[in-house]
Design a protein around this ligand. Structure first.
Ligand SMILES: CC(C)(COP(=O)(O)OP(=O)(O)OC[C@H]1O[C@@H](n2cnc3c(N)ncnc32)[C@H](O)[C@@H]1OP(=O)(O)O)[C@@H](O)C(=O)NCCC(=O)NCCS
Length: 174
């Protein structure tokens, strides 16, 4: 059964914060202030996935068409490998494409094997290595994908071009 997806509601904040803290190491997980900031952006969209009536995952994006940025994608450990991340990403990419986004980018820690495998599985390619991006010592990959315009058949077309784009991402903490 695919997860139930819905838009973020401010009452979800505490659950999202807890989930993000559980998904990332200290210093990479967002503070409440940073998470609130991203959620408050006019250009942001946050979708949550529900399992057993609880929040099992969420995706947070922002866009300035034709550019879009995945700020974070979090799935609770006990619900992983069930397609929840994929369902969140698919819905999010669909919405972004409808609003005119074509280039999607994100950053992920280079040692995040599950994350890198997940993004590659969804057509994202490593466009650059960002040296010491996290905590002043952990490298990140900038990964990107070019999406087909809505209504065109086929899945996203992938580009390795490094056209300049916003690069905030899973924001570096120091
Ligand atoms: C990365 C993450 C979002 C994936 O969520 P998920 O719901 O488990 O992903 P899905 O079940 O939709 O996986 C889709 C595919 O991605 C790949 N994948 C996902 N997790 C993987 C892992 N641990 N190892 C290898 N491949 C993996 C697989 O190809 C998988 O398909 P399969 O299960 O049929 O083999 C989840 O592991 C997570 O929240 N991790 C912590 C936070 C994080 O790293 N977020 C991404 C960086 S922003």
């Amino acid at each position: 059964m695919p997860p139930l997806l819905r838009s973020y509601d401010p009452r979800d904040f505490a659950a999202l914060y807890r989930l993000d803290q559980a998904c990332y190491p200290p210093g990479i997980a967002y503070s409440k202030t940073t998470l609130r900031y991203f959620l408050s952006l006019r250009s942001a969209e946050c979708l949550v996935a529900l399992e057993e009536e609880k929040i099992a995952g969420f995706v947070l994006t922002e866009e300035n068409a034709p550019l879009a940025h995945v700020i974070t994608l979090d799935v609770a450990e006990k619900f992983r490998r069930r397609g929840i991340g994929s369902a969140l990403l698919a819905e999010s990419e669909r919405n972004l494409a409808l609003r005119g986004a074509r280039h999607v980018l994100l950053e992920t820690a280079a040692d995040n094997e599950a994350g890198v495998a997940f993004w590659k599985q969804h057509g994202y390619v490593v466009a650059a290595t960002l040296k010491r991006y996290y905590l002043g010592r952990l490298d990140a990959y900038e990964m990107r994908k070019i999406m087909a315009a809505p209504g065109r058949s086929g899945t996203a077309e992938v580009s390795k071009s490094s056209a300049s784009a916003e690069n905030k991402g899973r924001e570096r903490k120091n």
